[in-house]
Design a protein around this ligand. Structure first.
Ligand SMILES: NC(=O)c1ccc[n+]([C@@H]2O[C@H](COP(=O)([O-])OP(=O)(O)OC[C@H]3O[C@@H](n4cnc5c(N)ncnc54)[C@H](O)[C@@H]3O)[C@@H](O)[C@H]2O)c1
Length: 321
């Protein structure tokens, strides 16, 4: 049984980590969040020591180490994106491995800094890249691997996941904290594409506003038109009629990849792999972080070149501007 601590316990994604720690039969010794709405702990680890101040959390871990001889094995990090690297450093300096949510960091040079501390401490940084453990994505990777080596597949990727106005008030709507929607929401898909189709050769952004982003990415083995949005109005009528708030579609050579199901247990599967020593690390994250950094820092070119059909949709105004 491994000992875990968790940072960011009150947030949206924390229950998936609590569940994964529990389902892999491990122990959560301490948790931290500066927001104290953490009744969720009762469903998983009622006896975990919970803190709202970093200093008290840190002191408690120190006490467990020296008074009780407890070894902290992992720190799970579920905090806002721009805090990940600091929380990872805290974990590694304590002698624990880190299990960090996506995106690992916001910029490529943050990866270099993390690689240094990994080397210095001899501990490992694991990144949750859960699409890599999704059965349909694994099957697609296998299919491409066994196909012609020099082929460029034509791929269209559409990810519409509506978010309310709260999104713009929270850290997720602040580019300096989340990286913006391509980073915060798109990173899963850029990682998946990199994993399957190889090195990036071209990265063009057509549209990039508060609620959507569209672009073109060329990989060694794929030409990808992509579109992401958090605006409910852009969902297909059929999805809206069914009361759905999310629509995902990936077509490869015009063929739809079926991956509407199978998203619920991916954190637990990721934890099982991490515990076996097969976690995805800093270098695995690098290309997707380079992609999101480039998307964030380039000027959108408008409707020129090979753009995703939804890029043409009428733009909407920011709810608070
Ligand atoms: N893998 C996925 O599918 C997935 C889905 C959603 C979010 N995420 C990622 O998970 C992370 C958390 O996202 P979320 O949606 O749960 O956000 P959230 O805002 O719901 O939760 C973040 C939590 O961190 C806490 N926090 C903020 N600063 C802190 C600090 N200094 N110390 C301790 N706690 C602090 C907040 O109080 C909050 O409870 C992000 O990196 C996000 O990108 C991943």
């Amino acid at each position: 049984m491994k000992n875990f601590a968790l940072i960011g316990a009150a947030g949206y994604i924390a229950p998936r980590h609590l569940k994964a720690i529990k389902e892999t039969d491990n122990n959560l010794v301490a948790a931290l969040d500066n927001f104290d709405s953490v009744g969720i702990m009762d469903s998983y680890f009622p006896n975990t020591d919970f803190f709202v101040e970093f200093e008290r959390f840190d002191r408690h871990l120190e006490k467990l180490k020296y008074d009780k001889g407890l070894t902290l094995d992992y720190v799970s990090i579920c905090t806002p994106n721009y805090l990940h690297d600091a929380h990872i450093r805290m974990a590694l300096r304590r002698g624990a491995d880190a299990i960090c949510e996506k995106p690992l960091v916001l910029n490529p040079w943050n990866i270099d800094a993390l690689a240094h501390i990994e080397e210095e401490t001899g501990r490992k940084i694991n990144n949750i890249l859960q699409l890599r453990v999704h059965p349909s994505i694994i099957a697609l990777k296998e299919k491409i691997k066994n196909g012609p080596k020099d082929k460029k597949y034509e791929v269209d990727l559409t990810y519409l996941t509506s978010r309310g106005h709260w999104y713009y008030t929270s850290w997720k709507g602040d580019v300096s904290k989340s990286g913006g929607i391509a980073t915060n929401i798109g990173v899963h898909f850029y990682d998946m594409l990199s994993w399957i189709f190889g090195k990036v050769q071209q990265n063009v952004v057509h549209v990039h506003t508060h609620d959507r982003a569209a672009g073109y990415l060329e990989f060694e083995n794929a030409r990808v038109r992509w579109f992401l949005s958090i605006n409910f109005d852009l969902l297909p009528a059929e999805a809206k009629a069914k009361g759905k708030s999310t629509y995902r579609s990936i077509t490869v050579e015009g063929e739809e990849l079926e991956f509407s199901e199978g998203f619920t247990d991916l954190h637990t599967i990721s934890y099982q792999e991490i515990l076996k020593g097969n976690g995805y690390g800093v270098e695995d994250a690098r290309q997707s972080i380079e992609i999101v950094h480039n998307i964030r820092n380039q000027q959108a070119v408008g409707l020129n070149g090979d753009y995703h059909p939804l890029a043409k949709e009428k733009l909407s105004s920011h709810p608070f501007h």
